[in-house]
Design a protein around this ligand. Structure first.
Ligand code: ZN
Ligand code: ZN
Length: 343
């Protein structure tokens, strides 16, 4: 064995050793689809398919069960990482992305080229109240949650190497939440996800903004659920999920950080009304609430919005095998059913 070969092997062994502990991004050679392999996620409470029945790590008094907070909202006095907060931002104990990786370049993972999943994966605990999900908070609570999410979105988007910040609330086990305590997840990604890329192509196609057009069309086709103070909540054309609804501003903006205080307050009112209607109509369904924004530092004609995806049925072979969704509730029926129970 020549010195070059043995050196290359040593480097490869070292890289392999380093990849054992942190998540990596692999791209499918068939579809180009990125996949994050994060072995540590299987160890999380309620992860790996087992229900978590122990003490809630997000409840006040159990702060020592989480990593030290990044920041908290509402704690007037008392030490950091103690009780007295209204919201707490913490690193995810079982991250899909990590800040410190051995190198920003490609590495070898199980013999294939991979990239370190460099970024941040955080949890915003939305309330000290274990039993008060977003759709049952008062308007001030929802507005405060949106303010905290906007703040962290801005902080992470301006961090080095971050290309996309994804914010979501998974409500209910069937929607992927491993803990019941109301919380949002925030991902700072080193790449632009395929969903954002395909949306960017639509926004920059030169045919006008598809969200602005959807708002106009929803008004005339009976798909508008509620429209007030510059915000529109509507059931989209071609919804993937029954009772899927989107919330967008009538003024076209690429990032949630482009919203001022008053806009955020009125967004909170409409979001709360929409989530409340879903919860009344469908008896507190599990749902995913996902914020869709432009890639960090880009505009590209993007119109930021929230997508609310009720999870009434499971994704099955057809959806996973084709990318085509079958939905049994037309948008107009969903919108009129939601309108009937608007608070
Ligand atoms: Zn709790
Ligand atoms: Zn628009």
């Amino acid at each position: 064995m020549g010195p070059d070969v043995s050196r290359a092997r040593r480097v490869e062994d070292r890289r392999r050793e380093l990849t054992d502990d942190f998540p990596v991004i692999l791209h499918s050679p068939l579809t180009g689809q990125p996949v994050i392999v994060a072995e540590a996620r299987a160890k999380r409470p309620g992860g790996g398919g087992t229900a978590w029945e122990g003490m809630c790590p997000f409840c006040p008094g159990n702060e020592a069960m989480t990593p030290p907070e990044v920041w908290a909202v509402g704690r007037e006095d008392g030490p950091e990482n103690g009780p007295g907060w209204r919201m707490r931002l913490i690193p995810n104990l079982y991250p899909a992305l990590v800040e410190t990786v051995p190198a920003p370049v490609s590495i070898v993972h199980e013999g294939e080229e991979a990239f370190p999943a460099r970024g941040r994966h955080e949890v915003l605990i939305l309330t000290p109240d274990h039993h008060r999900p977003l759709h049952r908070m008062d308007p001030e609570g929802v507005a405060e949650a949106l303010r905290a999410l906007r703040r962290r979105y801005g902080e992470l988007c301006s961090s080095e190497g971050v290309r996309q910040v994804v914010v979501m609330v998974n409500q209910g086990r069937e929607a992927g939440a491993s803990l019941d305590h109301p919380h949002a997840q925030i991902f700072a990604l080193p790449l632009v996800p395929p969903f954002t890329q395909s949306r960017m192509e639509r926004f920059s196609s030169g045919e006008g903004c598809p969200i602005c057009r959807e708002i106009e069309r929803a008004r005339v086709t009976g798909r508008m659920v509620v429209e007030e103070d510059g915000w529109a909540a509507f059931c989209p054309t071609a919804p993937r999920f029954s009772y899927e609804a989107w919330l967008a501003g009538r003024r076209h903006k690429p990032h949630i950080t482009d919203c001022g205080e008053e806009e955020l307050d009125s967004m909170a009112v409409v979001l709360r009304r929409l989530l409340g209607a879903l919860s009344r109509r469908l008896s507190e369904p599990p749902y995913n609430l996902v914020l869709q924004c432009a890639p960090c530092g880009q505009e590209g004609g993007f119109h930021f919005h929230w997508e609310v995806l009720p999870r009434l049925g499971r994704l099955a072979g057809f959806e996973l095998g084709t990318g085509i969704f079958i939905n049994s509730i037309p948008s107009t029926s969903a919108a009129s059913a939601l309108k009937e129970v608007l608070g």
